[in-house]
Design a protein around this ligand. Structure first.
Ligand code: GCU
Length: 860
């Protein structure tokens, strides 16, 4: 590929098509054959919405149906709100609630078969009936109908659909100044400069997407909450947000800062049992409901990661939760009280210390003390959204408390949306997990739905963090996680792959090869990511002291955060047994406690979560040693990630150019970064243990030319501080000469960017190769690279990933900045001269690591 990147990007920007702003709600025209088929069918010719008012979800349902049918079928349908003028109902779409249906004289329905938000959809030829218990349920029914016809399905149906759980919320971690904690898609759509933004168009559009997957409420601000959200101006702003989302039936809630009575109210205390504090919260809550009568409630992170909480006053977490519950109760609001409470100053030298123990230790003794409108919101695993965790044992330990599961759609530990990871298969390992409370079936999904312990409230909270990015999450493919989250919160028994295929048809169209390809790569993605990041339950081996993006196995340990691996030269893993370790295994009901207690019965995928073993310990399933499994899994995972690129490339022309190139760019990045992960993790444990890879791969890169071994001018070798983040621990950087000051104010003149050249004579047999360039793209500069063969331009690229990707960038040469770019299908003759020219820019010294000259089929 002796082509230039710049030219490629130019041709992409000319062929603009879709930008992803409608997500899966595109209402794209059906292909001609299906349109023709549809025109042979008797289809509805009008829409009747019963008793709808301007802000009601029923009115929205009418508008969506009209827009959807127009888009999908090119037919224009009138919407009427008045039964008398409705055209022939036998060829109409009728939308209403059980109450309006019967008061309009269409007969009475069995109201008791509908749960709140549930709907009945009946398609009978040209007559479509959508009836629900409450207004937003009808909107859900309308979206269901539209999803079907958008996928070319016009068959008759008689479907009563009720939610599995009443709470189907999303959480945004948006800060008032406009940033988003763990957000990878630009700044907030809600806040800017301490205030709610004026233009809430995107907030309404977000509500539309949420409603279409039956999410019924949103918490709009960060759990690490700023008390000034509760000032008068911002309460009015929250009212505007609620107004913007109400037509979609999405209620608004907020995260609270527990110390607000002090920090905002000036009370000098935030003791939850102090009467002035109680009055302050009651008044604030009343003020909120005055502006937002359907306000959903509060989300509270207390005594966690430095946030204030009741423990300051020797009050319990239940005292705190109940304070808010009492204030909300008269208005029908609820408190989502987070179980993510732990000490982040643990002593790593203490082998009995365990962050995973914290939730049960804090909450078990409080079971039964929470008021009825409190829901304890529990992260799926005991630590923090890792690539693999066991189900949190807290679900089994508080049977007298309402619970909800917290899932994370924003990919904090899963590649920041720059890696494709379809997460539902991971969520399913938890939702379908049987905790065997009292030796009876106790699936996590039945516990959070309230079924197992007979609770009325419960459900789901998904941390989303959409931003101003036009495609919401920064990545088109990441939207499948948001889609599936809502669908699973409604019905967790749905199949991950079927959900994905529906999403794909709605997002990218009905071409079967597109559906199959997206399905194949997405369904392989979590396993691949687990393979090339951290396996056997050791967690995502990322940089937990900085951004949770690239590899850094070393800094999991020796700090107070408690995401430890306890790896040394011969052994690895947390001993969480009762007999010898932290006792965590004993927090599970008896059958599971016994299973996890023994190394013989613990499933391999959680071995190192529960046990501290030698690197030479053999796994049950494969008989491989732990260390060999690490090596093999990392190689296999990185190899799988390469296949995503070629699979997607085969879809060129079948997906619009804009989204095709956008997805391709990220998949290529992922393929390169998967190799960074592989080499960093394998290199780290190889260096630590001294145990060679049986397959001879780790530490041997016969196809690579290290940059430091090339003939250099302007470039100098540097030892990379985290040795395993660079091939052979060394990169080369352009030496930026300090020019003498030339003016009286001390500024210096520059004669163009500092430049480096690295030259190598290629020694590969004549043939066609992929040439992969390992380099570092750090924050604070846009270095320019050019690669030439025999002085002919081969590839040009810019270190500007920060302009294209969403992850937090690093200023150092490390696992976050290490990346690579590949020129494919390059004819090479032995003796060809390869030259790379790097032009430094700002903080970016055009750092280069290696060039790999790869014969077909070789991944390295
Ligand atoms: C993680 C995450 C934080 C977040 C916290 C939470 O620790 O890294 O950014 O605030 O979880 O869920 O409260």
């Amino acid at each position: 590929m002796r082509a230039c990147w710049g030219l490629l990007l130019l041709s992409v920007s000319i062929a603009t098509a879709e930008n992803g702003s409608n997500g899966w709600l595109r209402y794209a025209p059906l292909p001609d054959n299906l349109r023709q088929h549809a025109s042979s069918l008797a289809l509805p010719s009008a829409i009747v919405t019963l008793n709808s008012t301007e802000a009601s979800p029923i009115q929205t349902a009418g508008k969506e149906l009209a827009a959807g049918i127009q888009g999908v079928l090119g037919r224009s349908l009138q919407v009427s709100h008045d039964i008398a003028t409705a055209s022939d109902l036998s060829s109409s779409i009728l939308v209403g609630t059980v109450a309006t249906y019967s008061s309009a004289g269409y007969g009475s329905l069995n109201a008791s078969s509908f749960a709140a938000d549930g709907f009945w959809l009946r398609v009978n030829g040209s007559s479509v009936t959508i009836i629900s218990q409450n207004e937003r349920g009808a909107l859900y029914g309308a979206f269901e109908y539209l999803s079907r016809i958008s996928q070319g399905d016009f068959s008759d149906v008689d479907l009563l659909s009720n939610p599995d759980a009443p709470i189907r919320w999303v959480n945004q971690w948006d800060n008032l100044e406009g940033t988003i904690e763990r957000g990878y898609a630009g700044p907030s759509i809600f806040f800017s400069n301490g205030l709610i933004v004026q233009d809430l168009t995107r907030v309404s559009q977000y509500a539309r997407l949420l409603a279409s997957v039956r999410v019924n409420a949103i918490v709009v601000n960060n759990v690490n909450a700023n008390p000034s959200l509760l000032n008068e101006t911002n309460i009015e702003g929250l009212g505007r947000i609620a107004d913007a989302m109400r037509p979609y039936g999405v209620q608004v809630g907020i995260s609270l800062n527990f110390a607000s009575p002090d920090l905002l109210g000036g009370l000098k205390t935030f003791d939850p049992l102090e009467s002035s504090v109680i009055t302050w919260w009651t008044d604030k809550t009343d003020e909120l409901y005055k502006r937002i009568p359907d306000f959903a409630g509060y989300l509270v992170k207390a005594n966690s990661e430095g946030q204030p909480g009741p423990l300051t006053y020797n009050r319990t977490l239940a005292d705190a939760a109940n304070l808010f519950a009492r204030a909300l109760q008269p208005h029908g609001g609820i408190v989502m009280f987070r179980a993510f409470v732990y000490d982040h100053h643990l002593d790593p030298a203490n082998w009995k210390a365990d962050r995973a123990n914290a939730a049960v230790e804090f909450f078990k003794e409080l079971d039964g003390q929470f008021l009825d409108n409190v829901v304890v919101q529990i992260k799926y695993g005991p630590i923090d959204f890792q690539v693999r965790e066991p189900a949190s044992p807290l679900f089994a330990n508080i049977p007298n408390t309402n619970t909800a599961i917290e899932l994370q759609i924003t990919q904090e530990y899963l590649g920041h949306q720059d890696h494709l990871v379809y997460i539902p298969p991971l969520w399913k390992t938890i939702l379908d997990f049987d905790l065997r409370v009292d030796s009876k079936p106790s699936l996590v999904r039945d516990i959070v739905a309230g079924r197992r312990f007979n609770k009325k409230l419960g459900g789901y909270a998904g941390v989303v963090n959409v931003g101003t990015s036009i495609n919401w999450l920064g990545s088109h493919t990441a939207m499948s996680n948001l889609y599936a989250y809502g669908q699973l919160a409604w019905d967790p028994t749905q199949d991950s792959q079927e959900l994905l295929q529906d999403w794909t048809r709605l997002t990218f169209g009905l071409d079967q090869s597109v559906v199959e390809t997206v399905s194949k790569i997405s369904m392989a993605s979590w396993a691949a990511y687990e393979n090339y990041t951290g396996n056997l339950g050791i967690q995502t081996l990322t940089d937990i002291l900085y951004t949770h993006f690239g590899p850094n196995p070393a800094n999991m340990d020796n700090n107070g955060w408690g995401q430890w691996t306890h790896a040394d030269r011969t052994t690895i893993g947390m001993d969480r047994t009762v007999s010898n370790g932290t006792g965590f295994a004993g927090q599970y009901p008896a059958e599971l406690a016994a299973m996890y207690e023994s190394v013989e019965t613990t499933p391999d995928e959680l071995l190192l979560w529960f046990h501290h073993v030698s690197y030479t310990h053999r796994l049950r399933a494969s008989g491989k040693t732990v260390i060999q499994h690490f090596y093999d899994a990392h190689y296999a995972g990185a190899e799988t990630a390469q296949t995503f690129v070629s699979a997607w490339e085969a879809l060129r022309g079948k997906v619009d150019a804009e989204r095709f190139e956008h997805v391709l760019f990220r998949l290529k990045f992922q393929a390169g970064h998967a190799i960074v992960w592989r080499d960093a993790v394998c290199g780290f444990y190889h260096n630590l243990s001294g145990i060679p890879d049986e397959a001879g791969r780790v530490g041997h890169h016969p196809y690579r030319i290290e940059a430091e071994s090339m003939a250099l001018s302007g470039y100098s070798p540097v030892a990379v501080a985290l040795a395993e983040m660079a091939s052979n621990s060394t990169a080369v950087v352009v030496v930026v000469a300090v020019t003498a000051p030339t003016s009286s104010n001390g500024s210096s003149s520059s004669s163009g960017p500092a430049k480096g050249e690295a030259v190598a004579v290629l020694d590969s047999p004549d043939g066609v190769y992929d040439l992969a360039f390992g380099y570092f793209d750090v924050a604070g500069g846009r270095a320019h690279y050019g690669a030439f063969i025999n002085d002919e331009p081969l590839l040009e690229w810019i270190g500007d990933l920060e302009d294209h990707l969403g992850h937090e960038f690093s200023t150092k040469l490390d696992g976050h900045s290490a990346t690579r770019v590949t020129a494919r299908g390059v004819p090479v003759q032995r003796g060809d001269v390869l030259k790379i020219i790097g032009l430094a820019d700002g903080n970016e010294a055009a750092a280069l690591d290696y060039v790999a000259v790869l014969p077909e089929g070789v991944v390295d």
